[in-house]
Design a protein around this ligand. Structure first.
Ligand code: SF4
Length: 272
């Protein structure tokens, strides 16, 4: 069977274009490092290390997973400590420990998924989900949507929930992408999507989409997938054009960029 290399996902979309209000953090060169130069040793090494905020998100999600693997932990007065032990939180930096513990305390106090009809709850480290093969005109591509949690509403609707940490605003585009995935994975069921921030306890309003809106999301994914493949091809043919194909945006974004130690355009001073 012919291997399909073309793909799209929310991650690719966010590397292409920032969420509303996040424009000043955007830098297209990060897409270049992440996707075009990911096999080069210095880049590979950086990509293999989770950043503190990635660790916080992953461990907080693992914590929720553990609370629901053994729901007695939600009732138990030492449930938070026991979950922290299972996810080996003591091996992390003080900042990560503090913020994940705060998320676990929040969740222990308000376990929003308790009593829900859970269809799926991910640990967060399962790796790539199975791709969904999409066809848009003559173009075919693999569509990846890593879903954290799905539960069934009492009225039979599927509810796709994305667990968040940090301060960023929810990106509605991600909700639409989950609804597009649901259209293919559960074609007969109506669905809504929402976001829940484990650090702040803020739950977004449910997001719904019409079939026409989902068609538009699929077209946009096909467009960025095609453009991305074109950029990768151009880079392979002319590696010296890296900065033209993936233009840098030095300044504010460099401060939290995982490539700031190897990027020649970085304005952030990395301590030795
Ligand atoms: S260090 Fe700055 S310019 Fe370089 S990739 Fe990161 S954000 Fe872009």
């Amino acid at each position: 069977m012919k291997k399909i290399w073309q793909y799209a996902s929310y991650n690719l979309l966010s590397l292409f274009s920032p969420a509303v209000g996040q424009e000043h953090w955007h830098c297209d060169m990060k897409r270049g490092f992440t996707k075009a130069r990911k096999k080069e040793l210095p880049v590979k090494t950086l990509l293999e290390q989770d950043t503190p905020w990635q660790k916080i998100g992953l461990l907080a999600q693992k914590g929720v997973y553990e609370f629901h693997r053994d729901t007695q932990l939600l009732d138990s007065s030492d449930g938070i400590e026991r979950v922290a032990e299972i996810i080996q939180l003591n091996q992390e930096s003080i900042e990560v420990q503090k913020r994940v513990t705060h998320s676990l305390e929040n969740y222990h106090k308000t376990p929003i998924l308790f009593g829900k009809n859970l269809i799926k709850l991910s640990r967060g480290d399962e790796g790539f989900p199975e791709p969904i093969l999409l066809h848009q005109g003559n173009y075919s591509f693999n569509f990846f949507a890593a879903i954290d949690c799905i539960f069934l509403e009492p009225d039979g609707k599927l509810h796709i929930l994305d667990l968040k940490t940090g301060k960023s605003e929810f990106d509605r585009r991600q909700g639409f992408i989950y609804l597009l995935a649901a259209r293919y994975l559960y074609p007969k069921q109506p669905a809504v999507a929402s976001f829940y921030n484990l650090e702040t306890g803020h739950w977004s309003d449910p997001i719904t989409a019409t079939s026409v809106q989902l068609d538009a999301v699929q077209m946009e994914l096909a467009r960025i997938s095609q453009q991305h493949q074109g950029d990768l091809r151009r880079y392979r043919q002319n590696p010296a054009d890296f900065e033209t194909i993936f233009p840098p945006n030095p300044g504010l974004p460099c401060q939290y960029c995982q490539f700031n130690s190897i990027c020649q355009f970085s304005t952030f001073e990395v301590s030795a």
